[in-house]
Design a protein around this ligand. Structure first.
Ligand code: UDP
Ligand code: MG
Length: 148
């Protein structure tokens, strides 16, 4: 089954949005396969966002991600990468639809509350980076009530 990496950024943690955000993924029917609250170091944040290292906002983005603890998660389910991005909403909260996490809880692009992998391949890399111990292996007894 497909997995994605979701991270609640420092602003989401500081603003008390952890429960609300986890609830949205849980209520959708996805399964939580990894969860930790951690503060990451600069080099680690730079590795996570390595693809964006040439962008003008890169340094500010790294400062933002290391500014406080983040909640790192692995979520699993059919199409969870694409659907996770839809639940999160557009990168710039000015364009995120109401009903999405960024649409409901954010205003500025540099304080957009949450990260989600943009492809199955990025998810694989990000899960390996953030969860070198591997996700937790368990199967939900709700499975037949969510999948036909
Ligand atoms: N970002 C920013 N300014 C920009 C574009 C992106 O501060 O002009 C930040 C924003 O927090 C975004 C992150 O960099 O979530 C990663 O950018 P990406 O294009 O990967 O967006 P995402 O995948 O998070 O929607
Ligand atoms: Mg991205």
């Amino acid at each position: 089954m497909e997995q994605t990496f979701i991270m609640i950024k420092p602003d989401g943690v500081q603003r008390g949005l952890v429960g609300e955000i986890i609830g949205r993924f849980e209520k959708k029917g996805f399964s939580l396969k990894g969860l930790k609250l951690i503060t990451v170091e600069r080099l680690f944040a730079e590795r996570h966002y390595a693809d964006l290292s040439a962008k003008p906002f890169f340094n500010g983005l790294v400062e933002y991600i290391i500014s406080g603890p983040v909640v790192a998660m692995v979520w699993e389910g059919k199409n969870v990468v694409t659907t996770g991005r839809k639940i999160i909403g557009a990168t710039n909260p000015a364009d995120s639809a109401p009903g999405t996490i960024r649409g409901d809880y954010a205003i500025d692009i540099g304080r957009n509350v949450i990260h989600g992998s943009d492809s199955v391949e990025s998810a694989r890399k990000e899960i390996a980076l953030w969860f070198p111990e591997g996700p937790v292996s368990w199967s939900s007894s709700l499975h037949p009530w969510i999948y036909e």
